[in-house]
Design a protein around this ligand. Structure first.
Ligand code: CP
Ligand code: NVA
Length: 308
Protein backbone atom coordinates (compact mmCIF):
# COMPACT_ATOMS: atom_id res chain seq x y z
CA UNK A 1 0.00 0.00 0.00
CA UNK A 2 1.38 3.46 -0.91
CA UNK A 3 2.32 5.51 2.12
CA UNK A 4 0.24 8.68 2.32
CA UNK A 5 2.55 11.53 3.30
CA UNK A 6 1.20 15.06 3.81
CA UNK A 7 4.21 17.18 2.88
CA UNK A 8 2.63 19.79 0.61
CA UNK A 9 -0.75 20.52 -0.93
CA UNK A 10 0.28 20.75 -4.58
CA UNK A 11 0.99 17.03 -5.19
CA UNK A 12 -2.31 15.92 -3.61
CA UNK A 13 -5.57 15.32 -5.45
CA UNK A 14 -8.20 18.07 -5.12
CA UNK A 15 -10.77 15.38 -4.27
CA UNK A 16 -8.67 14.14 -1.34
CA UNK A 17 -8.18 17.69 -0.03
CA UNK A 18 -11.93 18.32 -0.40
CA UNK A 19 -12.71 15.10 1.50
CA UNK A 20 -10.31 16.10 4.31
CA UNK A 21 -12.06 19.47 4.77
CA UNK A 22 -15.52 17.85 4.72
CA UNK A 23 -14.47 15.22 7.26
CA UNK A 24 -12.92 17.88 9.48
CA UNK A 25 -16.16 19.87 9.55
CA UNK A 26 -18.22 16.74 10.16
CA UNK A 27 -16.05 15.66 13.10
CA UNK A 28 -16.06 19.16 14.59
CA UNK A 29 -19.87 19.36 14.48
CA UNK A 30 -20.28 15.87 15.91
CA UNK A 31 -18.45 16.78 19.12
CA UNK A 32 -19.91 20.27 19.70
CA UNK A 33 -20.18 20.98 23.44
CA UNK A 34 -18.07 17.98 24.47
CA UNK A 35 -15.13 18.22 26.84
CA UNK A 36 -11.96 18.49 24.81
CA UNK A 37 -10.37 15.25 25.95
CA UNK A 38 -13.36 13.03 25.16
CA UNK A 39 -12.66 10.41 22.50
CA UNK A 40 -14.62 10.52 19.23
CA UNK A 41 -17.14 7.75 18.52
CA UNK A 42 -15.42 4.59 17.34
CA UNK A 43 -11.96 5.89 18.42
CA UNK A 44 -10.74 5.89 14.79
CA UNK A 45 -7.03 5.95 15.69
CA UNK A 46 -7.25 3.56 18.64
CA UNK A 47 -3.87 1.86 19.02
CA UNK A 48 -2.06 4.49 16.91
CA UNK A 49 0.78 6.77 18.01
CA UNK A 50 2.10 9.93 16.36
CA UNK A 51 5.71 11.05 16.92
CA UNK A 52 6.24 14.81 16.75
CA UNK A 53 9.69 16.26 16.13
CA UNK A 54 10.22 20.00 16.54
CA UNK A 55 13.29 21.90 15.33
CA UNK A 56 11.58 25.21 16.10
CA UNK A 57 9.08 26.62 18.58
CA UNK A 58 5.36 25.87 18.39
CA UNK A 59 2.20 26.45 20.41
CA UNK A 60 -0.70 25.63 18.06
CA UNK A 61 0.88 22.81 16.07
CA UNK A 62 2.15 21.01 19.13
CA UNK A 63 -1.01 21.18 21.23
CA UNK A 64 -3.46 20.70 18.36
CA UNK A 65 -1.72 17.58 17.03
CA UNK A 66 -1.49 16.12 20.53
CA UNK A 67 -5.20 16.76 21.18
CA UNK A 68 -6.05 15.47 17.70
CA UNK A 69 -4.48 12.11 18.53
CA UNK A 70 -6.21 12.00 21.94
CA UNK A 71 -9.63 12.77 20.44
CA UNK A 72 -9.09 10.08 17.81
CA UNK A 73 -8.31 7.55 20.54
CA UNK A 74 -4.55 7.43 19.91
CA UNK A 75 -1.52 9.01 21.54
CA UNK A 76 1.50 11.14 20.70
CA UNK A 77 5.15 11.48 21.68
CA UNK A 78 6.91 14.86 21.34
CA UNK A 79 10.63 15.60 21.14
CA UNK A 80 12.78 18.46 19.99
CA UNK A 81 15.51 17.51 17.54
CA UNK A 82 18.10 18.59 20.10
CA UNK A 83 16.69 16.00 22.57
CA UNK A 84 17.36 13.33 19.97
CA UNK A 85 20.51 11.77 18.49
CA UNK A 86 19.52 13.74 15.36
CA UNK A 87 20.95 16.76 17.17
CA UNK A 88 24.28 14.85 17.54
CA UNK A 89 24.59 13.88 13.91
CA UNK A 90 22.55 10.66 13.54
CA UNK A 91 21.27 10.74 9.99
CA UNK A 92 17.73 11.70 9.10
CA UNK A 93 17.35 8.41 7.20
CA UNK A 94 18.41 6.26 10.17
CA UNK A 95 16.10 8.23 12.47
CA UNK A 96 13.22 7.69 10.05
CA UNK A 97 13.88 3.95 9.79
CA UNK A 98 13.98 3.57 13.59
CA UNK A 99 10.93 5.70 14.38
CA UNK A 100 8.98 3.80 11.72
CA UNK A 101 9.43 0.69 13.90
CA UNK A 102 7.90 2.42 16.95
CA UNK A 103 5.14 4.74 15.78
CA UNK A 104 2.39 4.86 13.16
CA UNK A 105 3.01 8.39 11.82
CA UNK A 106 5.49 11.24 12.25
CA UNK A 107 4.87 15.00 12.24
CA UNK A 108 7.96 17.17 11.71
CA UNK A 109 8.50 20.92 12.09
CA UNK A 110 11.85 21.54 10.40
CA UNK A 111 14.12 24.41 9.46
CA UNK A 112 14.89 22.87 6.07
CA UNK A 113 12.03 21.49 3.98
CA UNK A 114 14.33 19.01 2.24
CA UNK A 115 14.97 17.35 5.63
CA UNK A 116 11.25 16.49 5.84
CA UNK A 117 11.38 15.10 2.30
CA UNK A 118 14.49 13.06 3.15
CA UNK A 119 12.75 11.71 6.27
CA UNK A 120 9.65 10.79 4.27
CA UNK A 121 11.66 8.93 1.63
CA UNK A 122 13.25 6.72 4.29
CA UNK A 123 10.11 6.39 6.43
CA UNK A 124 7.88 3.34 6.54
CA UNK A 125 5.02 5.38 8.00
CA UNK A 126 3.22 8.59 6.90
CA UNK A 127 5.06 11.87 7.46
CA UNK A 128 3.27 15.21 7.96
CA UNK A 129 4.87 18.62 7.40
CA UNK A 130 4.14 20.67 10.53
CA UNK A 131 5.83 23.76 8.96
CA UNK A 132 9.12 24.14 7.16
CA UNK A 133 11.01 27.10 5.72
CA UNK A 134 9.09 26.47 2.49
CA UNK A 135 5.49 25.65 3.42
CA UNK A 136 2.82 25.09 6.07
CA UNK A 137 0.13 22.89 4.48
CA UNK A 138 -1.73 21.94 7.71
CA UNK A 139 -2.27 25.63 8.45
CA UNK A 140 -3.89 26.31 5.10
CA UNK A 141 -6.29 23.36 5.49
CA UNK A 142 -7.45 24.90 8.79
CA UNK A 143 -7.69 28.33 7.17
CA UNK A 144 -9.83 27.09 4.29
CA UNK A 145 -12.06 25.15 6.67
CA UNK A 146 -12.52 28.35 8.68
CA UNK A 147 -13.52 30.36 5.62
CA UNK A 148 -16.06 27.76 4.53
CA UNK A 149 -17.66 27.45 7.95
CA UNK A 150 -17.95 31.26 8.02
CA UNK A 151 -19.84 31.33 4.73
CA UNK A 152 -17.07 31.94 2.18
CA UNK A 153 -17.43 29.81 -0.98
CA UNK A 154 -13.83 29.07 -1.94
CA UNK A 155 -14.45 28.52 -5.64
CA UNK A 156 -14.33 31.98 -7.20
CA UNK A 157 -13.45 33.80 -3.95
CA UNK A 158 -10.69 36.42 -4.06
CA UNK A 159 -8.12 36.03 -1.28
CA UNK A 160 -5.43 38.68 -0.71
CA UNK A 161 -2.13 37.91 0.98
CA UNK A 162 -0.13 40.95 2.11
CA UNK A 163 3.35 41.14 3.63
CA UNK A 164 6.11 38.55 3.36
CA UNK A 165 5.86 35.98 0.55
CA UNK A 166 6.79 33.28 3.07
CA UNK A 167 6.10 29.61 3.86
CA UNK A 168 2.43 30.19 4.74
CA UNK A 169 1.96 32.24 1.56
CA UNK A 170 3.50 29.35 -0.43
CA UNK A 171 0.89 26.91 0.83
CA UNK A 172 -1.89 29.36 -0.12
CA UNK A 173 -0.33 29.49 -3.62
CA UNK A 174 -0.41 25.67 -3.75
CA UNK A 175 -4.02 25.60 -2.53
CA UNK A 176 -5.40 28.14 -5.02
CA UNK A 177 -5.65 25.74 -8.00
CA UNK A 178 -6.83 22.89 -5.77
CA UNK A 179 -9.83 24.81 -4.40
CA UNK A 180 -10.47 27.29 -7.24
CA UNK A 181 -9.96 30.58 -5.40
CA UNK A 182 -7.87 33.43 -6.79
CA UNK A 183 -4.95 34.75 -4.79
CA UNK A 184 -3.70 38.34 -4.99
CA UNK A 185 -0.30 38.69 -3.33
CA UNK A 186 1.00 42.11 -2.27
CA UNK A 187 4.70 42.04 -1.31
CA UNK A 188 7.79 44.18 -1.80
CA UNK A 189 9.95 42.56 -4.53
CA UNK A 190 12.64 41.67 -1.99
CA UNK A 191 10.19 39.42 -0.13
CA UNK A 192 8.18 38.12 -3.09
CA UNK A 193 7.16 34.42 -3.12
CA UNK A 194 9.60 31.83 -4.53
CA UNK A 195 9.55 31.42 -8.30
CA UNK A 196 9.17 27.64 -7.82
CA UNK A 197 5.85 28.10 -6.05
CA UNK A 198 4.56 30.50 -8.68
CA UNK A 199 5.56 28.00 -11.38
CA UNK A 200 3.63 25.27 -9.58
CA UNK A 201 0.55 27.52 -9.55
CA UNK A 202 0.96 28.26 -13.27
CA UNK A 203 1.35 24.56 -14.12
CA UNK A 204 -1.80 23.73 -12.15
CA UNK A 205 -3.64 26.67 -13.74
CA UNK A 206 -4.02 28.52 -10.46
CA UNK A 207 -5.08 32.15 -10.52
CA UNK A 208 -2.26 33.84 -8.61
CA UNK A 209 -1.37 37.51 -9.22
CA UNK A 210 1.49 39.54 -7.77
CA UNK A 211 1.23 43.22 -6.77
CA UNK A 212 3.80 45.73 -5.54
CA UNK A 213 1.46 47.31 -3.02
CA UNK A 214 -0.86 46.04 -0.32
CA UNK A 215 -3.59 48.38 -1.63
CA UNK A 216 -3.63 46.83 -5.11
CA UNK A 217 -3.68 43.30 -3.72
CA UNK A 218 -6.52 43.98 -1.27
CA UNK A 219 -8.79 45.88 -3.69
CA UNK A 220 -11.92 43.78 -4.16
CA UNK A 221 -10.77 40.95 -1.87
CA UNK A 222 -13.19 38.75 0.08
CA UNK A 223 -10.48 37.70 2.53
CA UNK A 224 -7.33 39.50 3.68
CA UNK A 225 -4.49 37.42 5.11
CA UNK A 226 -1.41 38.50 7.06
CA UNK A 227 1.47 36.73 8.81
CA UNK A 228 4.42 37.84 10.86
CA UNK A 229 6.99 39.98 9.03
CA UNK A 230 9.81 37.99 10.69
CA UNK A 231 9.47 34.23 10.50
CA UNK A 232 11.39 31.73 12.61
CA UNK A 233 14.89 31.49 11.16
CA UNK A 234 14.84 34.91 9.43
CA UNK A 235 18.04 36.75 10.26
CA UNK A 236 17.24 40.20 8.78
CA UNK A 237 14.56 41.28 11.26
CA UNK A 238 15.39 44.98 11.25
CA UNK A 239 15.31 45.29 7.47
CA UNK A 240 12.10 43.26 7.22
CA UNK A 241 10.25 45.46 9.71
CA UNK A 242 11.25 48.53 7.70
CA UNK A 243 10.57 47.20 4.19
CA UNK A 244 7.35 45.42 5.11
CA UNK A 245 5.82 48.22 7.19
CA UNK A 246 3.71 49.55 4.24
CA UNK A 247 2.15 46.06 3.98
CA UNK A 248 0.57 46.12 7.45
CA UNK A 249 -3.16 45.38 7.66
CA UNK A 250 -4.76 48.54 8.99
CA UNK A 251 -8.37 49.76 9.11
CA UNK A 252 -7.68 51.92 6.02
CA UNK A 253 -6.37 48.91 4.10
CA UNK A 254 -9.35 46.71 5.07
CA UNK A 255 -11.69 49.41 3.72
CA UNK A 256 -10.35 48.68 0.23
CA UNK A 257 -11.50 45.06 0.46
CA UNK A 258 -15.06 43.99 -0.33
CA UNK A 259 -17.73 44.83 2.26
CA UNK A 260 -17.82 42.08 4.90
CA UNK A 261 -14.30 40.88 4.00
CA UNK A 262 -12.80 38.54 6.61
CA UNK A 263 -9.31 38.59 8.13
CA UNK A 264 -7.03 35.57 8.70
CA UNK A 265 -3.68 35.24 10.48
CA UNK A 266 -2.07 31.91 11.37
CA UNK A 267 -0.66 33.35 14.64
CA UNK A 268 1.50 34.20 16.51
CA UNK A 269 0.61 37.84 15.71
CA UNK A 270 2.43 41.09 16.40
CA UNK A 271 -0.14 43.85 16.90
CA UNK A 272 1.12 47.14 15.54
CA UNK A 273 3.51 45.39 13.11
CA UNK A 274 1.80 43.26 10.44
CA UNK A 275 -1.73 43.94 11.73
CA UNK A 276 -3.47 46.55 13.84
CA UNK A 277 -5.28 45.45 16.99
CA UNK A 278 -8.52 46.96 15.62
CA UNK A 279 -8.46 44.38 12.82
CA UNK A 280 -7.21 41.22 14.50
CA UNK A 281 -9.41 41.84 17.55
CA UNK A 282 -12.30 43.28 15.51
CA UNK A 283 -15.41 41.83 13.82
CA UNK A 284 -13.69 40.88 10.53
CA UNK A 285 -11.23 38.60 12.27
CA UNK A 286 -11.61 34.81 12.20
CA UNK A 287 -8.30 34.07 13.91
CA UNK A 288 -9.66 32.17 16.94
CA UNK A 289 -11.80 29.86 14.80
CA UNK A 290 -8.75 29.51 12.55
CA UNK A 291 -6.54 28.46 15.48
CA UNK A 292 -9.21 26.03 16.76
CA UNK A 293 -9.58 24.50 13.33
CA UNK A 294 -5.95 23.38 13.31
CA UNK A 295 -7.20 20.63 15.62
CA UNK A 296 -10.14 19.54 13.48
CA UNK A 297 -8.33 19.80 10.15
CA UNK A 298 -5.36 17.81 11.45
CA UNK A 299 -7.64 15.07 12.76
CA UNK A 300 -8.92 14.65 9.23
CA UNK A 301 -5.35 14.80 7.83
CA UNK A 302 -4.22 12.10 10.28
CA UNK A 303 -7.15 9.86 9.33
CA UNK A 304 -6.41 10.40 5.63
CA UNK A 305 -2.72 9.57 6.11
CA UNK A 306 -3.52 6.46 8.13
CA UNK A 307 -6.47 5.49 5.92
CA UNK A 308 -8.73 5.16 8.98
N1 CP B 1 0.29 28.79 13.32
C1 CP B 1 1.20 27.95 13.87
O1 CP B 1 1.72 27.03 13.22
O2 CP B 1 1.45 28.20 15.17
P1 CP B 1 2.60 27.55 16.06
O3 CP B 1 3.92 28.06 15.55
O4 CP B 1 2.29 28.02 17.45
O5 CP B 1 2.53 26.05 15.94
N1 NVA C 1 5.73 32.30 8.88
C1 NVA C 1 5.77 31.95 10.29
C2 NVA C 1 4.62 31.07 10.63
C3 NVA C 1 4.57 30.65 12.07
C4 NVA C 1 3.43 29.72 12.35
C5 NVA C 1 7.10 31.28 10.62
O1 NVA C 1 7.55 30.46 9.81
O2 NVA C 1 7.67 31.58 11.66
Amino acid sequence: MTIRHFLDLWPLESADLRAILDEARRMKKARAGWTKGRIDPGAPLDGHTLAMIFEKASTRTRFSFDMAMRQLGGSSITATSSDMQLGRGETIEDTARVLSRYVDAVMIRANDHTDIETFAEASGVPVINGLSDRSHPCQIMADLMTLEENGVTLKGARLAWVGDGNNVCASFIHAAPKFGFSLAIGTPSRYAPDEDDLEIATELQGRVELFDTAEDAVAGADVVIADTFVSMGDLDAELRLEVLEPFAVTEELMELANGGARFLHCLPAHRGEEVDAEIIDGPASLVWDEAENRLHAQKAILRWCLQK
